[in-house]
Design a protein around this ligand. Structure first.
Ligand code: UDP
Ligand code: MG
Length: 316
């Protein structure tokens, strides 16, 4: 059976790039349909993530121009992950497969052919993996690669060099809908659903227009979210480190006692200050990490909705 495809595209302040990339997505759907790989009634689904510019108007105009374009609008900006989730959840009941991709043209849309082929061969999830990062700046490449390595070190399993360009079948999405967490880190959560998966590599281009919305600050926030939502390894590391400090302190106590008993107890102000500073610093870091987890529990316990759709380009 030929599957119905929804391409899910999060858009935040993308008025410069959307008019350029939207026709590329449409072309792709048409060529896939012409090749008999997806149905004619496949769709390009834009998710406006509370943009402050003209993005939503552009999406509405596109939807009038061609029935393949449809769009939903989030009630406010909630971040890339929530936008992708909103699109996927919207699509899961009306299509057979979804492909999520950024709207800036950085991810090679031609990899979609291979993704659909892999689905037709029986894979339910197909990860798009970047084969090279030559077009990224050195800084972006370095921070992004450190990001994956750090995540792996901290026990959060993610597919190396895979961002949020992936094919997911509606079968997997229906199971994924049961993952109710509000701390979203899609690329770490999707592998947890399981099912047969594979990856397809593509080379990443430069942004066609506009600016990146992932500065270092947001990237660090995403890394912290990823680690704390997928793993408790940092807490274990703290415990290990605490034990190490305890052993060292024990040796220190013996040393202090022996020195005092031998009558050499000169004013050890400097060493004392150093130890106090070091240990209190360590304690604060540990408290911070534990606090991060408690914060996560707090947010989860509120059970707030993860996205709110305020408008659609079609009548319901
Ligand atoms: N995006 C979003 N909400 C946000 C930030 C970004 O929906 O709060 C979208 C953005 O429009 C783009 C994708 O997420 O389609 C990736 O963002 P960007 O290209 O800025 O990140 P980068 O590729 O530089 O990591
Ligand atoms: Mg980008």
């Amino acid at each position: 059976m030929v599957p119905r495809l929804y391409i899910v595209i999060p858009c935040y302040n993308e008025q410069e790039v959307l008019p350029i990339t939207a026709p590329m997505f449409l072309e792709k759907i048409k060529s896939l349909a012409a090749a008999g790989k997806v149905t004619e009634d496949s769709r390009v689904l834009f998710v406006n993530d509370g943009s402050k510019d003209n993005t939503w108007n552009i999406i509405k105009e596109l939807s009038v121009q061609d029935e393949h374009y449809i769009g939903i609008c989030q009630s406010r900006n909630r971040g890339h992950q929530a936008a992708v989730l909103a699109g996927l959840m919207e699509a899961k009941d009306v299509c057979d497969i979804t492909i999520s991709i950024d709207c800036d043209g950085q991810d090679d849309i031609n990899a979609m052919d291979e993704m659909v082929d892999a689905y037709l061969d029986g894979c339910e999830v197909v990860y798009g993996v970047r084969s090279s990062r030559e077009t990224d700046t050195f800084f972006k490449r370095f921070t992004a690669q450190s990001f994956y390595k750090f995540l792996a070190m901290m026990g959060a399993e993610v597919v190396y060099n895979h961002a949020d360009y992936r094919l997911i079948s509606s079968k997997v999405l229906k199971e994924f809908a049961n993952f109710k967490e509000v701390n979203l880190f899609l690329r770490g959560m999707v592998p947890l659903v399981g099912f047969k998966s594979t990856s397809v590599s593509y080379s990443r281009a430069e942004r066609i227009a506009g600016e990146s919305h992932y500065p270092l600050k947001k990237m660090i926030a995403l890394a912290v979210d990823g680690i704390t939502s997928l793993s408790v390894k940092p807490l274990r590391l703290i415990m290990g480190f605490g034990m190490f400090v305890a052993i060292v302190s024990f040796i220190g106590v013996i040393w202090a006692l022996v020195t005092a008993l031998l009558g050499h107890s000169v004013s050890g102000w400097a060493s004392m200050t150093c130890i106090i500073c070091f240990v209190s610093g360590v304690q604060l870091i540990c408290l911070g990490i534990i606090g991060e987890y408690i914060g996560k529990i707090y947010m989860e316990s509120k059970q707030r909705p993860r996205y709110i759709i305020s408008e659609r380009t079609w009548e319901e």
